[in-house]
Design a protein around this ligand. Structure first.
Ligand code: SF4
Length: 461
């Protein structure tokens, strides 16, 4: 498997990994691949399919402009973004990769092709660089989910850095389980060994700890930030208010209801997804739309499960989650535009469930069982964000996904690991279900809730 835990968990910016992070990376990569920019006199970005249909709601326009300026998802300061974009708009010009100024207007420089798609994926982009002698350089890229991009003709296997041989290669869960049995090793142990073929143990731990620190900060920020989310739907942030209520009710134990503990986990997830919707700093896990589930379940683990060694537990959690994400990405997809929300929230739920079982010391078979339950109960879930914004149903959907992940982990830990449906089978089912799903339910805002709510509002007018 040509993927690392740090391909699945990437520090980035909201609101979407496929529509914000991927296009930003692609725009920058295009200019880097063009070579010296001294002769550049203009640039255009053409967005196709799902990127064109929901791109404005997902901030694809802003992401492309930032990428052309040379910004990266992990390096860009979310607070400085509005000023940078306003400055470019006022000047009517962009400094390509921070070096070469060319005239640019978002009205003409960004072209939205809403009725056509490029051949290899629903999220296609074509960039054009115009040179002083009248010639052009043109390239096509695809944003294939989770912030991964490919150039035209490049296989998705190359979306991640070229592989170093690893001690425990696997393309299916059966292979991973078989190696675990043969060597008497746990899944997080094997994943650690694979990662250490690319980096030192210390680098791996530092990277995992950093991912968890950014996730924690994101939850913390979301739990104290109130107001309205951008985009025009006037969606109010709810996590902070509900969190305040939860704290007050804890001080008066008699007011507490049995479901209050469950609600806290949903609030952690919603806090992250409100941050994501506001364009804040988030970790793709495995995508931005589904970024709340893994941090929420991790915080539940660290604070409520009374772990004896939480540092080790969190690292094992992330390594195990990554193994499940890799299998889903390789054998199905983690792109809502390709297979619907089952591939985003469903996969995140499976990753979190498996991670929790590993952190709590479950067996490899119990890990597989938890992941399989996590996906099975999201099969067929469509992607139909209202107004093309990653807000409704996405924010609450993460809250629900986190609770399902804990339930899946709990069911798996109560059993002995034997189960009816294998993870490989459920991933293949997800792939086939996604292929059969009508295009309008795959991140186009042309079906489902997106259309129903618009229809109801129009009827009311
Ligand atoms: S509905 Fe699901 S897949 Fe679609 S944008 Fe929202 S979280 Fe992502």
């Amino acid at each position: 498997m040509d993927m690392s835990v740090f391909d699945l968990f990437k520090i980035g910016i909201g609101p979407s990994s496929s529509h914000t992070v991927g296009p930003m990376v692609a725009a920058r990569r295009f200019l880097l691949e063009c070579g010296p920019l001294d002769e550049a006199v203009g640039v255009e970005a053409h967005l196709y399919g799902s990127l064109a249909l929901t791109g404005v709601g997902h901030a694809t326009d802003k992401a492309v402009i930032l990428g052309l300026m040379g910004e990266t998802p992990q390096g860009v300061d979310p607070v400085a973004v509005p000023d940078k974009l306003d400055e470019a708009e006022l000047e009517g010009a962009l400094k390509l990769l921070g070096t070469k100024m060319v005239p640019f207007s978002a009205r003409t420089g960004l072209v939205w092709h809403k009725t056509s798609t490029l051949p290899e994926h629903p999220n296609g982009m074509r960039f054009v660089l115009r040179l002083a002698d009248g010639s052009i350089i043109e390239r096509i890229y695809y944003s294939v989910g989770g912030g991964f991009i490919t150039a035209a003709g490049e296989s998705q296997a190359h979306a991640a850095p070229a592989g170093t041989p690893v001690p425990f290669p696997f393309d299916t869960m059966v292979q991973l389980l078989e190696q675990g049995k043969r060597h008497g090793l746990s899944i997080p142990h094997m994943l650690r060994a694979n990662e250490c073929a690319r980096m030192t143990n210390q680098q791996l731990d530092a990277g995992l700890d950093k991912i968890w620190a950014v996730m924690r900060e994101c939850i913390g920020h979301g739990l104290v930030t109130e107001g309205q989310l951008p985009g025009g739907l006037n969606v109010r942030r709810r996590a902070a208010g509900l969190w305040k209520q939860a704290q007050q009710s804890q001080q008066q134990p008699r007011n507490e209801l049995p479901h209050d503990a469950v609600q806290q986990v949903s609030l952690y997830a919603m806090a992250v997804n409100e941050e994501n919707a506001a364009g804040g700093r988030v970790v793709t896990a495995p995508t931005n739309g589904a970024a709340g589930i893994i941090p929420a379940v991790l915080r539940y683990y660290a604070e409520d499960c009374r772990p004896s060694d939480p540092v080790r537990g969190v690292r094992d959690f992330l390594l195990t989650s990554a193994a499940i994400g890799m299998l889903c990405k390789k054998n199905a997809s983690i792109s809502g535009a390709e297979i619907g929300c089952q591939g985003e929230v469903g996969v995140a739920c499976a990753m979190a469930a498996a991670g929790l079982v590993a952190a709590l010391g479950g067996s490899n078979e119990q890990i597989e069982n938890a992941a399989e339950i996590g996906i099975e109960h999201h099969l067929g879930m469509t992607c139909d964000p209202i107004g093309g914004l990653v807000q409704i149903p996405c924010i609450e959907r993460n809250g629900m996904g986190a609770i399902k992940a804990i339930t899946a982990a709990s069911l798996a830990l109560k059993g002995d690991g034997t189960h009816f449906v294998s993870l490989d089978n459920v991933i293949e089912t997800m792939r086939q279900t996604g292929a059969d799903m009508q295009v309008k339910y795959k991140e186009t805002s042309l079906g489902g809730l997106a259309v129903h709510v618009v229809t109801v509002n129009h009827a009311a007018c």
